[in-house]
Design a protein around this ligand. Structure first.
Ligand SMILES: [Zn+2]
Length: 135
């Protein structure tokens, strides 16, 4: 699965923009202007980021249950990932295409909680960077 580098950069960018008080629509516009390709291909809109159109207004909307689940892609087919099973805080995700149609042969399961942890750790490290502390 391709979460590292490019996609975690995008996720970090989205989180930083959220922290700065930007709305999902503003974040989406910024990503489109910079030519960042949305997870489903094409352009970003508020629902790409929020994962739910109902929460596209206001910066303090309810946060999605799993912050990155809508942004993760299968490394083989590029399809979305969906939750496979969970036990306690351990949540496993797998390729939706493989599960639903079998046209992708990626049957690996990934630990979503570990992915979230890794991305948040990276984000934390970036936020500790003096470049963001200025002003
Ligand atoms: Zn796949």
């Amino acid at each position: 699965m391709r979460i590292l580098d490019h996609e975690s950069d995008v996720i970090c960018r989205i989180f930083k923009a959220h922290l700065a008080g930007r709305t999902a629509r503003e974040i989406a516009n910024g990503l489109n202007e910079d030519g960042v390709i949305a997870p489903r291909g094409g352009s970003w809109d508020a629902s790409t980021i929020n994962g739910n159109k109902a929460h596209s207004h206001g910066r303090r909307g309810r946060t999605p249950k799993r912050p990155f689940s809508g942004l993760l892609r299968c490394g083989k087919c590029g399809g979305g990932m969906s939750i496979h099973d969970r036990s306690g805080s351990a949540i496993r995700i797998r390729c939706s295409t493989a599960r639903e149609s079998g046209s992708c042969d990626n049957d690996k399961r990934y630990r979503l909680d570990k992915i979230e942890h890794a991305v948040l750790a990276k984000l934390k490290a970036e936020l500790a960077d003096p470049i963001y502390v200025k002003e």
